[in-house]
Ligand binder design. Sequence first.
Ligand code: GRF
Length: 221
Amino acid sequence: MTAEKPPKKRVAILISGRGSNMQALIEAARAADYPAEIVLVASNRPKAAGLTWAAANGVPTLALDHRNHASRADFEVALQSALDEANVELIALAGFMRLMTPEFVQRWRDRMINIHPSLLPSFKGLETHERVLAAGVRITGCTVHFVRPEMDEGPIIAQAAVPVVSTDTPETLAARVLAAEHRIYPSALALVASGRAVCVGEKIVISEEVKERAPLFSPSL
Ligand code: GRF
């Protein structure tokens, strides 16, 4: 008797711009054995380049301009109804530049993940690479985490370390970190979608089997 494969988790990606992480997730999800499928890409900015790429690659897209909504909560009502319509089970934020209400975050607790271009809990917030260079740290990186109401907080699913070199500018450092983001985001989403990364308290527990297949800490030094 062969074990039946569990159905793929239905994932929406929320973006605001370029969408290179979105692209990495969509490409990874094309693999037959990937545990998630990308059923929707939504952007609060109608002109986001990522929307064009997603549509050209056969992924349903939605432009939901936040400026057409009277409040953050109104915007989220529209977003939630699109998520319901597409039967979305998990949300992956990928450069989504809009804060969410605590109610929305609570509704998606442990079902919404984000990527941030630093080794959290260091360097939360914007202009990360500028601040990393100003601080003079020699190692930075990126983090995939579950979303909590406080910005860039939440249980850590995956991290990669990236060296800072003395000739770095914010742009060269961002490019090196971005390459690491594209590596870890697909494996982190796979861990969550397959049910192998589980929140226990406010920490993530990963099943042994997955540790072997997808190392969580992947230093590129
Ligand atoms: C990435 O650096 C991500 O970590 C941050 O915003 C940037 C988005 O880039 N949250 P992209 O749109 O995925 O190319």
